[in-house]
Design a protein around this ligand. Sequence first.
Ligand code: NAD
Length: 260
Amino acid sequence: MAIDIPRPLFKGKKVFIAGIANEHSIAFGCAKAFHELGAEVAITYLNEKAKSHVAPLAEQLEAPIFMPLDVSQPGQLEAVFAQITQQWGRLDALVHSIAFAPKDDLQGGLLNCSAEGFAKAMDISCHSFIRMAKLAAPLMTEGGVMFAMSYHGAAEVVPNYNVMGPVKAALESSCRYLAYELGPKNIRVHAISPGPLKTRAASGLRDFDLLLNEAVERAPIGELVDIMDVGFTCAFLATPYARRLTGSTIYVDGGVNIMA
Ligand code: NAD
């Protein structure tokens, strides 16, 4: 069957992207990719402190919606979706690129992770995606696609990834269940699993530089990935070319995950 592809690819498309902290953020790569291909992007910033770093990027992206979003603050996510509903009335794609774990719980090994730390990491890094999906789905009236950023530490043990391993495993599983529940509405859901990237979130992991070096050595492609690689993968998955793909975890890691 012929696939009707408009030019530019995402002309008129509306995309919500959460998780830009600075120009190194994976979410910024995603926003740039969608914007370059013609989409309008709604952007959020964590709090007043973060705003000054994100504002110039929102300007560069010509973002018509630019709002605060701390998913742990009741009402903020709802406020973002109220604005999207009012301004756009619909949504085509969303990117969740948010993760957090309290430092002691992240760095102390899984055995020492507190119940509170575990719950907080799970709430911000995983359940917030489910909340987002619930608010976004009714706006995806012409179908849509949702992305959440995972990491290979979900599937295999990566030293120092600690509590984020089980949290990302839950996130990937949530993507599969959401894909199942939203499939009948023509909404597709993917976990994206990038290789290591030097970002602010990554700087919270012990010995992260070793992980970067190891990724270059082990990748069949022999290079680290960058944020645009992640962004354009999401963009591809948002096109009709990928219309029969849903629920899977897509690795953007130069092939590291296939290596023993
Ligand atoms: P980043 O620090 O640029 O982005 C993390 C974002 O999470 C920040 O924008 C931060 O404001 C946001 N965030 C944290 N707590 C929040 C809250 N309560 N409410 C709203 N936003 C909150 O780092 P990044 O590496 O771009 O991380 C983005 C995603 O990619 C994360 O899910 C991370 O686990 C994942 N990831 C990163 C790597 C890597 O190597 N950097 C690899 C695979 C997956």
